[in-house]
Design a protein. Structure first.
Length: 249
């Protein structure tokens, strides 16, 4: 699953990397501010590249909402949907039969650029019996942006989106070692394909099975403060490696 992300890449770098343009210049200082830890359950605004306007970066609210809702119903919907994961993730295996996903999968796919994402890992200390949990941060090995595949709805002037998940690759299954899921990460070529309006159902399905190369990813443990609602973990130090007795992948 993917409920926590990091977005510290400057908008200019995103524009160059994905060959897009920020849709409103007034947004640049807002999204140039580094977000070391974004908790999806706070439904933050993040930049997305929408299929319907593939040349731009636009703000979207993390947590997909059915498009038959009004803008005034978005927040109440999030409160109700928290028991279903808040719309933060969409299982790629359900894209064609879920009541929200199947209405948008053909024309409202998107890319969510992130600097990294966090996944939980269960472990036992060398001489312990109790299971504990710590977070891993997953980044590109060269610290380039990661392109996460998503779907979105448009409600009035708002975009709401969900990050697609899939069965974890062998490497990431060792990281997210209980549920063994991961976000769908695409390379630059598949990023363009994902936004292609002419994809068939079969082509969409094939893309959702893609495993981003393990050699292009770096995963390491970070502070458990990430899990604490009482601690401000949106700080630079949350990106630092913290080692735990008993954690080996």
């Amino acid at each position: 699953m993917c409920f926590h992300t990091s977005t510290i890449t400057k908008t200019k770098k995103l524009e160059q990397y994905f060959n897009v343009k920020l849709n409103e210049e007034v947004l640049r200082p807002i999204f140039d501010k580094p977000q070391y830890h974004l908790n999806g359950f706070s439904h933050p605004n993040m930049l997305v590249i929408p299929q319907q306007k593939r040349e731009v970066l636009v703000p979207g609210v993390w947590g997909i909402v059915p498009d038959d809702k009004s803008k005034d119903e978005i927040l109440p919907y999030f409160k109700e949907a928290v028991k279903y994961g808040g719309g933060l993730n969409a299982r790629s295996e359900k894209l064609f039969n879920h009541f929200i996903y199947n209405s948008v999968i053909h024309e409202q796919r998107c890319i969510i650029p992130v600097s990294g994402f966090y996944e939980p890992h269960e472990y036992k200390k060398s001489h312990g019996k109790k299971k504990e949990k710590c977070p891993f941060l997953v980044q590109g090995i060269e610290k380039e942006p990661l392109a996460l595949a998503g779907i979105y709805t448009v409600i009035d002037t708002y975009i709401t989106f969900s990050i697609l998940t899939k069965d974890a690759s062998p490497q990431l299954a060792k990281v997210h070692n209980v549920k063994k899921r991961q976000p769908l990460i695409l390379d630059l070529e598949l990023t363009k394909d994902w936004l292609d309006p002419n994809l068939t159902d079969r082509q969409i399905t094939e893309i959702t099975k893609y495993n981003y190369p393990n050699k292009e990813l770096l995963a390491y443990t970070v502070s458990k403060d990430l899990f604490s609602p009482k601690v401000d973990s949106n700080i630079p130090s949350i990106l630092e490696n913290v080692e735990y007795d008993g954690v080996k992948i």
